[in-house]
Ligand binder design. Structure first.
Ligand SMILES: Cc1ncc(COP(=O)(O)O)c(C=O)c1O
Length: 338
């Protein structure tokens, strides 16, 4: 609140010095050298694709099990989205299926680190095309002792209201390449151009940057709280039929979501939790291949049927958490019974 009020009092809402400070802080968190603040994560993806000169005739790989923002960004850039299945343990892009769907026209791979867990970066980078790391759900976490966001040609973030760093709305594109950063900086504004190039306004305001920066400074606390709640779920669900998140030994987890797999499907558990006053939802509204009416995504189909996201917000009180945990234990025990 104080940080936002300071921007208002300064009279410089946009552009504002705090935007540069937020950019530098995000670049540090992602372990890269520069970043450009934009209006949303979707805008960040679009600008990243444009900076990589991806357009009509090009293909971009993306996982099926992810929000539709990725497909929209690829479509807006004029490229073709090629959907890839995911890994059954990590829910992230499956490198083997990605390799099968690779074409000569494949010009980039968008790699989300889903629910807070880094994807299989080594194998995905080995595919060849530039990787756009989608850190919308994962910041401040390492893969093989290096922060996510530092591996791909570009990384993007989202600061939407429910994200780890919540500024209401907002996004960021980060990269170690000054050429790419320059293109993204040019692409986020359409004002005062030397030549009239078709563009749009994708800028972030100083108010959002102030909120984002103050949250980013609290990221270690936010992650510690989320991990503490995750450990409580781990303990409560041990030995019960709901499968807990698997974390490979070479990476951390931000627990943006705590996603369990419920054999047989989530519908009954979701209704029972709601009746107990607990809102738990499918973490992905609808997989991309289902929107596109494509077949051949057996792993995503299985996960979509069985994956349920349990409440893990860092502001959850002890009483609320106790209520959720005992509802989960009760309902997981009742599997199969009406
Ligand atoms: C993995 C992922 N990528 C991109 C986005 C898009 O971010 P935004 O909502 O800020 O446009 C989101 C959030 O919705 C997301 O979860």
């Amino acid at each position: 609140m104080r940080a936002v009020a300071a921007v208002v009092r300064s009279g410089r809402l946009s552009p504002a010095p705090v935007i540069g400070q937020f950019e530098a802080a995000v670049a540090r968190t992602l372990g890269t050298s520069g970043a450009v603040a934009v209006s949303s994560g979707t805008a960040a993806l679009y600008l990243a694709l444009r900076a990589l000169k991806i357009g009509p005739g090009d293909e971009v790989l993306l996982p099926s099990y992810v929000c539709a923002a990725l497909w929209h960004a690829i479509h807006a850039a004029g490229a073709t989205a090629r959907v890839v299945d995911v890994d059954p343990e990590t829910f992230n892009l499956d490198p083997d299926d990605a390799r099968r769907r690779l074409r000569r026209r494949t010009k980039a791979v968008i790699v989300p680190h889903l629910f807070g867990l880094p994807a299989d970066l080594e194998d995905l980078l080995a595919l060849g095309p530039p990787v756009i790391e989608d850190c919308a759900q994962t910041m401040g976490v390492s893969y093989r002792d290096r922060p996510v966001g530092s591996f791909g040609a570009v990384a993007i973030c989202s600061f939407y209201a429910t994200k780890l760093i919540a500024a209401g709305e907002g996004g960021m594109v980060a990269s170690a390449s000054s050429t790419l950063l320059g293109r993204i900086r040019d692409g986020r504004t359409c004002d005062e151009q030397v030549r009239l190039v078709p563009s749009f306004n994708f800028k972030m305001s100083g108010l959002h940057a102030a909120l984002g920066l103050s949250q980013l400074q609290r990221l270690p606390v936010i992650l510690a709280r989320r991990r503490r709640i995750a450990r409580r779920y781990d303990r409560a669900l041990a030995g019960l039929p709901w499968r807990r998140p698997a974390i490979p030994a070479d990476r951390g987890h931000a627990y943006y979501r705590y996603v369990v797999r419920i054999p047989g499907g989530v519908d009954r558990a979701m209704a029972r939790l709601l009746a107990a006053g607990v809102t738990a939802r499918r973490p992905v509204f609808n997989p991309i291949h289902r929107y596109l009416k494509q077949s051949g995504f057996p792993v995503t189909n299985g996960i979509w049927r069985e994956a349920l996201s349990l409440p893990i917000h860092p502001e959850l009180t002890e009483r609320e958490l106790q209520r959720v945990l005992s509802a989960c234990e009760r309902i997981a025990h009742r599997r199969g019974r009406p």
